[in-house]
Design a protein around this ligand. Sequence first.
Ligand SMILES: [Zn+2]
Length: 184
Amino acid sequence: MVPRPAAPPPLGVVQRLVNTRELLEDRDDLSTPAGLVAWADSEGLPCPARPTEADLTRVRRLREALRQLLGAPEGAPAAVSALNGELARTGTRPLLRVDPPGAEFVGDDATALDTAITRVLATVVTTRLDGSLHRLKTCAAEDCLWAFYDRSPNAVSRWCETSVCGARHKMRAYRARQAASTSG
Ligand SMILES: [Zn+2]
């Protein structure tokens, strides 16, 4: 696989969550409870010791809503509604701490997974506010949909990697033209 550039902080956590599923290679790191624990560990996020199927489904739905959001910067009403639903469901609020200095999200009934989801969504909220989220996109190839960080000057890139999905798109367009010319 061609290495694709990673997004700078704080967007990395969102990019890596979306890319726990790789459509082109039919891989899903969040297909088992152990996979969910490993993902949370790698991000330094809290996680239930034994995630349930419902936990897995919840995080996978969050992931796909994020993929839709990144794929439709002009508007993804269903995804926005799902993400707002998750924000409300977590029941957490931000709190500044004195000792040690820092901040966290707390909630009387918040589970470890609620806190993990809050932290991912807090990044989405702050990067929507400062405008930096628009450079995190999904690849325009429908069988890829990889989340990539667009470094082009005007943020006009469409492919996760031009040499991979851009080239595949050109090849398909070429074949379609060939087929049209031989059948016509
Ligand atoms: Zn791609």
